[in-house]
Design a protein around this ligand. Structure first.
Ligand SMILES: [Zn+2]
Length: 403
């Protein structure tokens, strides 16, 4: 069918027109492309698509059109500070999010029933090595941390559980981490670790001896796990760990992102592998730590837009073993984030706060990524300026006439 004969018959449900597409999986890096959606899938990505082929056309000129964002570290279950996924994920371009250790092998089914299965956001889980899940006593109770039961639960639900989380253990030894690493190895997944170093568990030994290639250190720019020394120099063993395949995730949180450390690290060529929020009540209230906000911080620190998008989409998709996500491939699921890079005239018109033991400090800047449209499975679930909607002037009159 040529374009002429098709012009009266729309074949696409929605056309995103004129955006700058970032789709690292397909080698598209900030190029002007039109993106068409049909049903639940991406139907076409082309330099020009005739608008008459679409039932709805959204002008997204000069905006960033990216795969739906993937938040590798968020909290939806397991303690009082967790949040519901949909309000803060879908409204910020996030279509897939990973709960980092809220549930363990004993509590995962309840998490699935109460949260995962009820969410429009696609939610995966990192299973806590502690059978009861996150926070407080379970994460301190070695008896409740079973390699075999954790691996068995992952093997039972590989569709939803993508790895293991080990965090917050206060005891002297390596048992939780070693069991978590083993359970991940047994299941071909990975461990995400949040362990503040103490004298008997130093950071270098953790990354160079206990973790396996592919495992992820989250909160990588936290003051509590300092990547830099007192002279702001990145410690040598972080480079060594990266060389052996350990990966580094932002996990912003309410106490885990230091501008001073992040900027020094990025200046010394130590950007993160993945960008994530550690989204929960405090990280949102204190630092507005959404994905676009955390991505904005990486941009301000000097990471390129190409890399920032890749760290927030394609890299995370590969990390969780879902390469069908994090891309805009034709015929793939239509999860899309349209972001607007808002700029102020003044160099210091906007503020971005950090956290940690030295308090909350602000860094002034003049640009911020704002979530404009989110599409989840072909459905528009967030449209900040009504770009996919008809003009109000077309409202039918009370007696049913079209104006
Ligand atoms: Zn966390």
């Amino acid at each position: 069918m040529n374009e002429e004969s098709a012009s009266n018959r729309p074949i696409y449900d929605l056309l995103l027109k004129g955006g700058l597409v970032y789709d690292p999986a397909n080698g598209i890096q900030g190029e002007r492309r039109d993106v068409a959606v049909s049903g639940r899938v991406i139907a076409a990505v082309e330099p020009y698509i005739n608008p008459s082929l679409a039932r709805r056309v959204a002008d997204v000129s000069e905006m960033i059109v990216a795969p739906g964002l993937i938040d590798l570290h968020a909290h939806f279950f397991g303690y009082e500070g967790t949040i519901q996924p949909d309000p803060l994920c879908l409204s910020t371009g996030v279509t897939t999010a990973v709960d980092a250790g809220g549930s363990g092998h004993l509590t995962f089914d309840r998490f699935n029933e109460e949260v995962i299965s009820r969410s429009m956001t696609r939610v995966f889980a990192l299973l806590n090595i502690s059978g009861e899940g996150m926070v407080g006593e379970p994460e301190q109770d070695l008896e409740g941390m079973s390699r075999d039961l954790t691996a068995a639960k992952i093997a039972q639900r590989p569709d939803l559980i993508v790895g293991v989380k080990v965090a917050h253990y206060g005891g002297p030894g390596w048992e939780p981490l070693d069991r978590g690493v083993a359970a991940a190895k047994d299941t071909g997944t990975f461990v995400m670790v949040d362990q503040t170093p103490i004298a008997s568990r130093p950071m270098d030994q953790m990354m160079l001896k206990h973790l396996e290639p592919g495992d992820v250190v989250t909160h990588c720019y936290a003051e509590s796990k300092p990547m830099t020394d007192p002279q702001d120099k990145v410690r040598d063993y972080f480079f060594k760990a990266r060389q052996r395949g350990i990966q580094f995730d932002v996990g912003h949180g309410a106490g885990s992102f230091s501008w001073r450390i992040a900027q020094a690290a990025i200046d010394q060529d130590f950007p993160p592998d993945t960008i994530s929020t550690d989204l929960h009540r405090s990280s949102y209230l204190v630092n507005q730590a959404t994905m676009p906000e955390t991505m904005s911080k990486m941009l301000i620190a000097g990471v390129s837009m190409e890399d920032v998008v890749e760290m927030s989409t394609w890299r995370s998709a590969q990390k969780i073993g879902h390469p069908e996500l994090g891309t805009l491939s034709v015929a793939g699921i239509a999860d899309v984030a349209v972001l607007r890079l808002a700029k102020t005239h003044a160099e210091d018109g906007l503020g971005f706060t950090d956290n940690g033991s030295s308090g909350n400090r602000v860094r002034k800047a003049n640009q911020r990524l704002e979530p404009e449209i989110t599409i989840r499975g072909g459905q528009v679930v967030w449209d900040r300026n009504g770009r996919t909607r008809d003009d109000w002037i077309h409202t039918v009159t009370q007696d049913g006439r079209l104006p």
